[in-house]
Design a binder for this molecule. Structure first.
Ligand code: OXD
Ligand code: MN
Length: 583
């Protein structure tokens, strides 16, 4: 006997099929057989190219449409009756407009094509965090990616029978025309529609659409958090592991931090990867914050990834992975900027053209790998624990050339929420648009919050009140440069030094300088052994430039304006106090 939820799912699939009019419907089971047949089908298109199976077993290179290479934030909408409920930082559409203007684009959108029904899980099976999504799609590439990024197929159908509801998502490739591209989220009905893109966050609906935008709204209603955060465990030589969750905007090194390899001076330390992009966090019965990674794979940025910067990622994507928009060497291996010094002669670029420097980069700057988390050498033995892992510290980081110190600690939870709410970063290639412009990206959730950002801040403040043992909150910035534009901090594995200071603070083992912006490390409390920095670099990295921060508070005041009365008074008062401390 089908449960109500299963019956609802079947009814919904039939209704959608009547509108989309696919030639056939295929329910995906996640089997190897299914993967093989989808792969064969895609290979026939010429855009899905088998890689050298000796060097990259079971790996493929995919070339997307050149107009469809990154998340398109301008096409991404929160659909709720009142504009104010989407808030000033989201694109808003009314449900009526969505039905009148966007739903007709889906009419017969799958004509002559197969509609894949992709049941998937977000969260480990059997966990309180676990949710079911069902994505309809006419893209076999999307199915193959969802198969890596989520627990997909039979396991999700089994869970469906146990759940009361699922998150429906309809995805159609359409014409890929960016002018008619829409990624719509209906938080009230927990529904997603996406048309005219087949790329990443626009099309793999489990990730940003469900995992963050819809889940952030569900979390608000149910009292938990869905965040754009990596989760990493640090094991010390005594064998004790503590966990940190960290929010950074796209393409700021989240995957590298999640898979960090300790520098050689840190013998006996191990770093464990729990997740690299999304954390769902709940208050545990012990009053601490517990986190799971709801995904099952990594959709990481290739640019700059190599055996030195991220050996764990390189080992992860060495098999069973998909490379999107990388170049291709004559040896049939993928190539991207930063993999080696220069591409081997005869390399073709991400669009399949024999590469010449005039053509621009070999790989698209937002070229990605899709790889199973279970393949990662540093994957935590606890990454699928149903209750998640306990979080000792939360980091908020951005890409800032100036002003923001390497690390500083918020005075308390409310100040930490202020710190997250006001973080800013220079834009990267992960989103369409200009690169390198400083924009406010609160909690790195600017493009991912499914409701009014001011209410989201209030929700964070509420969570803090309910936490008996809240994690400490820190700001970090790996991207400071000197007058010549050179990075002051080496980053990558060396970031462990910062994480250890953070954990020392959590244990109350070290003091700090109380500055107007928060607690800043005493240089002697950071383990800098074996690190060769420019003379004076540490002083610059830890300096608090009062005049610069005074200007920053003006920019923050202006940015807060847009939230009007909805901005929690606690944040306004944090700003006033900061201004006072700055004098
Ligand atoms: C991502 C992103 O793909 O943040 O993770 O853009
Ligand atoms: Mn991300």
């Amino acid at each position: 006997m089908a449960t109500d939820c299963e019956a609802d799912a079947h009814r919904w699939v039939e209704e959608q099929a009547a509108w989309l009019e696919p030639k056939r419907i295929q329910w995906c089971d996640g089997s190897d057989e299914e993967r093989r047949s989808l792969t064969e089908l895609l290979e026939q298109t010429g855009n899905f190219i088998p890689l050298n199976h000796r060097l990259y077993p079971n790996c493929w290179l995919y070339r997307s449409d050149p107009r469809d290479v990154a998340r398109t934030e301008k096409s991404t909408f929160i659909v709720v009756p009142e504009r104010d409920d989407a808030g000033p930082t989201n694109n808003w559409m009314s449900p009526d407009e969505a039905h009148e203007r966007v739903w007709p684009l889906f009419r017969r959108a799958m004509r002559g094509r197969t509609m894949y029904v992709v049941p998937y899980l977000m969260g480990p099976p059997g966990s309180l965090f676990c949710r079911v999504g069902i994505q309809l799609t006419d893209s076999p590439y999307v199915v193959l990616n969802m198969r890596i990024m989520t627990r997909m197929g039979r396991v999700a159908l089994e869970e469906l029978a146990r759940q009361k509801r699922f998150v429906p998502g309809v995805h159609a490739l359409g014409t890929l025309d960016p002018e008619h591209r829409y990624i719509l989220h209906f938080p009230r009905t927990e529904t997603i529609w996406s048309i005219n893109s087949g790329y990443g966050g626009n099309a793999l609906l489990g990730k940003k659409c469900f995992g963050l935008r819809i889940a952030s709204w569900i979390g608000r209603c149910e009292g938990w958090l869905a965040e754009h955060m990596l989760i990493v465990g640090i094991e010390d030589p005594s064998g004790r592991t503590r966990y940190i969750a960290a929010a950074f905007p796209s393409a700021c090194g989240k995957t590298n931090l999640a898979m960090l390899v300790p520098p050689k001076q840190f013998d006996g330390y191990r770093v464990w990867t729990v997740g690299d992009d999304i954390a769902w966090l709940r208050i545990g019965p012990d009053g601490r914050l517990w986190a799971v990674n709801p995904e099952a794979g990594f959709f990481g940025v290739l640019k700059g990834t190599n055996a030195r910067t991220n050996p764990n990622a390189v080992a992860t994507f060495q098999a069973d992975s998909i490379f999107t928009n990388a170049g291709l060497t004559p040896e049939k291996t993928p190539w991207w900027e930063g993999l080696t010094d220069s591409p081997p002669p005869g390399t073709v670029d991400w669009q399949g053209r024999p590469w010449r420097p005039e053509l621009g980069p070999v790989a698209h700057p937002n070229a990605r790998f899709t790889a199973p988390a279970a393949r990662c050498p540093s994957i935590s033995p606890h990454w699928e624990d149903p209750q998640g892992v306990p979080i000792s510290a939360i980091l908020f980081g951005g890409r800032r050339k100036t002003l923001v110190p390497l690390v500083y600690q918020a005075f308390d939870w409310a100040h930490g929420v202020f710190l997250g709410a006001t973080m800013a970063s220079e834009t990267t290639a992960a989103q369409s648009g200009a690169v390198g412009v400083v924009r406010r990206d609160p909690m790195a959730m600017l493009p991912f919050c499914g409701y009014n950002m001011a209410d989201y801040f209030a929700h964070w403040l509420e969570i803090g009140k309910r936490l008996r043992h809240p994690p400490l909150i820190f700001g970090v910035n790996w991207f400071r440069v000197d007058e010549q534009g050179r990075f002051l901090w080496p980053g990558f594995g060396e970031n462990l030094r910062v994480l250890l200071w953070v954990l020392d603070r959590c244990e109350g083992r070290v003091g700090a300088d109380e500055t107007p912006i928060g607690y800043v490390p005493h240089e002697h409390d950071m383990n800098l052994e074996g690190l060769s920095l420019e003379p004076g670099a540490m002083t610059k990295l830890l300096a608090v430039d009062r005049a610069g921060w005074r200007q920053e508070t003006e920019a923050i005041a202006e940015y807060f304006e847009q939230f009007g009365d909805r901005l929690p008074t606690a944040l306004r008062s944090e700003l006033v106090q900061l201004q006072k401390r700055l004098g």
